[in-house]
Design a protein around this ligand. Structure first.
Ligand SMILES: NC(=O)c1ccc[n+]([C@@H]2O[C@H](COP(=O)([O-])OP(=O)(O)OC[C@H]3O[C@@H](n4cnc5c(N)ncnc54)[C@H](OP(=O)(O)O)[C@@H]3O)[C@@H](O)[C@H]2O)c1
Length: 287
């Protein structure tokens, strides 16, 4: 039996569909990860936990610490009690407990907790994921709709990214279940294309069927502007973790997915047709 935490989230939805197609029995974790009384009964008969619960999308440091670090600590304690045999955990490229960036520091801390838990683990570090319902391509495209006739290019759009399709990442998570050789490993996965942010924006605008004039804006004003506009939102579409991505290139080897999982990840332009839908304008206000 597999337990999936955060199964209703962006990655979780893809993963659950893939597990179902593969005929694997998976239980959705209900309740709060920090509550042992929620966790304990749900871990009965579970031998693998895929731990996707996290507060990155909420953009608040206290919540990130509470859910990602303290929640993972609780989960590990309960997994140890229940003698869970395997923990599969997503992380981010650049995760480092000494990082200057809150999200990457937290992810580094989570990795450390998992690595010293004594439970056989696999950590899949990933680049930013794209797909229907993401907080990346959809936010960039819907922001461009609101800022007609321009589109902002922080730092001139020079930062390089290697976005990975969420379905490909979910496929790697699911495949890890049958890969004992990955136990004790931390693997880095990214798309095969290294794209400048301005090229990503160009592809997104084509997919969304919009024309906008690129307007470079200095990186220095990004944090103050995002704070000014989005700080008070319950679920901000643009968080300071999103903004941090313009300061740390998110690149890795081109062939991580092929080398570790034997298939080539999708190109960005092949899987963003979802941007050509009506209602994208309201994506910023989805929550
Ligand atoms: N998306 C990416 O590009 C990416 C890349 C690399 C790594 N990751 C990591 O992968 C994980 C999942 O990402 P995602 O994009 O799927 O995030 P997401 O869409 O925000 O989903 C997060 C999930 O965690 C659940 N959750 C939040 N707080 C919880 C709590 N206290 N107790 C139990 N469940 C809780 C949420 O449920 P509720 O909505 O009910 O709160 C939701 O189902 C995160 O740790 C993220 O940092 C994401």
């Amino acid at each position: 039996m597999i337990l999936v935490t955060g199964a209703n989230g962006f990655i979780g939805r893809s993963l659950m569909a893939q597990l179902q197609r593969a005929g694997k029995e998976a239980r959705v974790h209900h309740g709060r990860i920090n509550n042992p009384l929620d966790l304990r009964p749900q871990l009965e008969d579970v031998n693998t936990v895929i731990h996707l619960a996290g507060a990155e999308s909420r953009g608040r440091n206290r919540l990130l610490h509470h859910v990602d670090i303290e929640g993972t600590e609780r989960l590990i304690e309960e997994c140890q009690r229940a003698q869970v045999q395997r923990l599969i955990v997503p992380s981010r490229i650049g995760a480092d407990h000494n990082s200057l960036h809150e999200l990457l520091r937290t992810k580094g801390e989570v990795e450390r907790l998992v690595q010293k838990s004594g439970i056989p683990y696999t950590i899949l570090r990933s680049a930013t994921l794209f797909g229907h319902g993401d907080l990346f391509t959809e936010i960039i495209a819907s922001l461009a709709i609101w800022t007609w006739p321009i589109v902002w290019l922080p730092g001139g759009g020079n930062i390089v990214m290697q976005p990975l399709w969420v379905e490909d990442f979910a496929r790697c998570l699911a495949a890890s279940l049958d890969r004992p050789d990955l136990i004790g490993k931390t693997i880095t996965l990214a798309g095969e294309e290294q794209l400048h942010y301005r090229e990503i924006v160009r592809q997104l605008l084509i997919a969304a069927n919009r024309t906008r004039l690129p307007l470079p804006i200095p990186l220095l004003i990004l944090h103050p502007v995002s704070r000014l506009f989005f700080r008070w939102w319950w679920r901000p579409p643009i968080t300071h973790y999103f903004v941090d991505r313009f300061f740390v290139p998110e690149v890795a080897e081109f062939d991580g997915v092929l080398r570790h999982f034997g298939f080539r990840p999708a190109r960005l332009s092949h899987h963003i047709a979802y941007l050509r839908r009506s209602g994208l304008r309201w994506r910023l206000f989805r929550w």
